[in-house]
Design a protein around this ligand. Sequence first.
Ligand code: SF4
Length: 280
Amino acid sequence: MEIYVARSAGFCYGVKRAINLAKKTLEKSKLKCFTLGPIIHNPSVVKELEDQGLKVVNKVSDIKKGTLIIRSHGISKEDKDYLDRKGEEIILVDATCPFVEKALDKLKILSKEGYEIFYLGDKNHPEVKGLLSYINNQAVVFERPDDIPCKKYKKVGLISQTTQKPELFKRSVEKLLPLCEELRVFNTICQTTTIRQKEARELAKKVDIMIVLGGKMSANTKKLAEVCKNELENTYHIETVKDLKKSWFRGVKKVGITAGASTPKEHIEEVIEFLENLGE
Ligand code: SF4
């Protein structure tokens, strides 16, 4: 059996940065360390950091004193204001991904300049909720171009969650263009996402089965699985090697593996080892 692994499978720049900052903070902080929600959408990585002393809380008011590591998705305005009011009682370590920061800058520009904002994304995702809080949630959030109401608009700003599919964004532009007097587009899909999806699509075209490895809650992993499934029905989204079934590989000659931005390389290696041992 031939095994192909997508070149950029695994941790992205923003996740690597967040994990490194968390590990360094845990090493040197004399105070208890917290994250608001899991630092990345990968349960085993979160567990590993919890074992090193990182505590996951669901709301900022659960932290009385300590160090809060802001995860790569960023933080909402309400939480930021609360933390500012707490002053030195809570020390902030900001691991917000620069691509998310950039999206926030663009969103603020559109809001300030009076554009009606259309935001391609999942309204329940922490990145989307966080960013929109800085513009009083004044945006139409949609997941598919078909969801954009067909009517005339004057001044529209289009923007995207960092992990969306570039094709969907392109189709959103095509849908809005004839409807608007003015359309301003900021492509805020992060480069990592674009490259990763392109590689996954190409790999899915040349193998018999695709394994997409990563947390079931991870937006970018779910998108990778969708991209692969569009090319190859025989695509499986798994969280860890334990989810693999030997029966999937009967008669298979070529296996493709890709992994979400929050999947450690050890998890990819475990899957490769499983596949290599299949023949024995
Ligand atoms: S997927 Fe992109 S935006 Fe999200 S953390 Fe990684 S590099 Fe940043």
